[in-house]
Design a protein around this ligand. Structure first.
Ligand SMILES: Cc1cc2nc3c(=O)[nH]c(=O)nc-3n(C[C@H](O)[C@H](O)[C@H](O)COP(=O)(O)OP(=O)(O)OC[C@H]3O[C@@H](n4cnc5c(N)ncnc54)[C@H](O)[C@@H]3O)c2cc1C
Length: 382
């Protein structure tokens, strides 16, 4: 364990790993500290879809950049994480929801993307088994998926080649402060003096910030997945609910088939339904969720009604009040937040890497700065 560093990144999920890698590539002497296994919390349990149809059109520029970065990282590193440009279909169940889909399509086209609205027949050309009662679906051909664990590992390896020092099974137990300035971190294996600490510890970031007397507006939210036994190739794209058919809060739906052949079904429960401290437990998915998942899956894909479900898992995402990342300087010198993924942190991780590296190196702002700056919350203004 080094005694000093230019920057210490706390948390080895996809966000912390992407930041640490970028710092090392930009010549910063960076240390990454993870209390358990790299990617072992929500990141490794992710469906890791990289797409632009997320929370709000305001984030499109950032999402477009981040999706492009994922593609170029995959190309540069020789496809080590099963990057699959499979496209995404967002299904629409009611005529009155069509205008919402059209709003997304228009917004994405304005950014040079080429989504289109498809009739149920045209949907079946892309996804032959999707024969359920949809009225239409929007199709984003550029969306992709990656294998989340392999992606974390590939970024770690690439960071290591650039000089990153990374430690698993090492919890950060406290922050060392010198007045209102961060001076270092205490870890289970000794302390590291540093002028830059990046809190990329997902829903646990708030606990760490309390060492600097800060209360971060972050709460945990339960995200869960049901996985089938291996199936022959059945689902080609990512199939998600269009915003109108249920945004994240109302039970977001995402179905895809992994390279392993397992069909994966993901939804989340609202933050209000997630008990404080729940993030320190790995729960079973509630049986009601499993039933709903199977019902939705077989409603969309009736021919999969005999499918055998194998297991489910639950992990915890960090959520902010406005559904945007909390990424940037906190009102303690040298202390930087990179948490509050709101369920789409995988997609946005490369842009966060760039953003935080620029902040550490004192470079000019980029669009993500204004979107994600912690100072948008009154309690985090200097
Ligand atoms: C089923 C499912 C499907 C999903 N699908 C998608 C998707 O399609 N697209 C998408 O973009 N996102 C998706 N997500 C969300 C995505 O996985 C998360 O947004 C992302 O992984 C968040 O990454 P993170 O690094 O911020 O968090 P985490 O992976 O939680 O990383 C935080 C790390 O900090 C560590 N840590 C905590 N405290 C300490 C400490 N004191 N010291 C050291 N380390 C500490 C933890 O052990 C953890 O490893 C999905 C999530 C789930 C569960």
């Amino acid at each position: 364990m080094p005694r000093t560093a230019d920057a210490v990144v706390v948390g080895g999920g996809i966000v912390g790993t992407a930041i640490a890698r970028q710092l090392a590539r930009d010549g910063v002497d960076a240390v990454l500290v993870e209390r358990k296994a790299f990617g072992g919390a929500v990141s490794g349990a992710s469906l890791a879809c990289l797409g632009t149809h997320m929370h709000s059109l305001d984030e499109l520029e950032v999402l477009v950049e981040s999706c492009a970065l994922w593609r170029s990282i995959s190309d540069e590193l020789g496809d080590p994480f099963e990057y699959n440009r499979c496209g995404q279909l967002r299904f629409i169940l009611r005529e009155e929801d069509l205008p919402v889909a059209q709003r997304w399509i228009d917004g994405e086209r304005a950014f040079g993307l080429d989504p289109e609205l498809l009739s149920p027949e045209a949907v079946r050309d892309k996804e032959p088994l999707l024969t359920g009662p949809i009225v239409a679906a929007s199709h984003s051909p550029g969306d992709a998926t990656v294998n989340p664990f392999l992606a974390v590992r590939a970024l770690l390896r690439d960071g290591g080649n650039a000089g990153l020092k990374a430690f698993a099974n090492t919890a950060v137990t406290g922050l060392q402060m010198d007045g209102d300035r961060v001076a270092g971190v205490q870890t289970e294996r000794g302390s590291i003096a540093t002028g830059n600490v990046i809190l990329a510890a997902g829903p646990w970031s708030g606990q760490l910030a309390r060492h600097a007397d800060l209360d971060l507006p972050l709460v945990p939210r339960q995200a869960q997945c049901v996985a089938s036994v291996r199936q022959p190739p059945s689902i080609r794209t990512v199939v998600g609910a269009c915003e109108s058919a249920g945004g994240v809060e109302s039970g977001y739906t995402q179905i895809q088939q992994a390279a392993s052949g397992q069909i994966l079904f993901n939804t989340v429960t609202a933050p209000a339904a997630t008990r404080p401290g729940a993030e320190d437990r790995i729960n079973e998915a509630p049986i009601g969720f499993v039933r709903d998942s199977i019902r939705t899956l077989t409603m969309l894909f009736p021919s999969l009604s005999e499918i055998l479900m194998l297991r489910s898992w639950v992990r915890f995402e960090a959520v902010t009040p406005d559904d945007r990342f909390l990424a940037g300087r906190l009102p303690r010198r040298g202390l930087i937040a990179a948490a509050g993924d709101n369920g789409t942190g995988f997609c946005r991780a490369p842009v966060l890497g760039r953003l935080i590296s620029r902040i550490v190196r004192g470079e000019a702002a980029m669009p993500a700065d204004t979107l994600y700056a912690p100072s948008r919350f009154a309690e985090l203004r200097a």
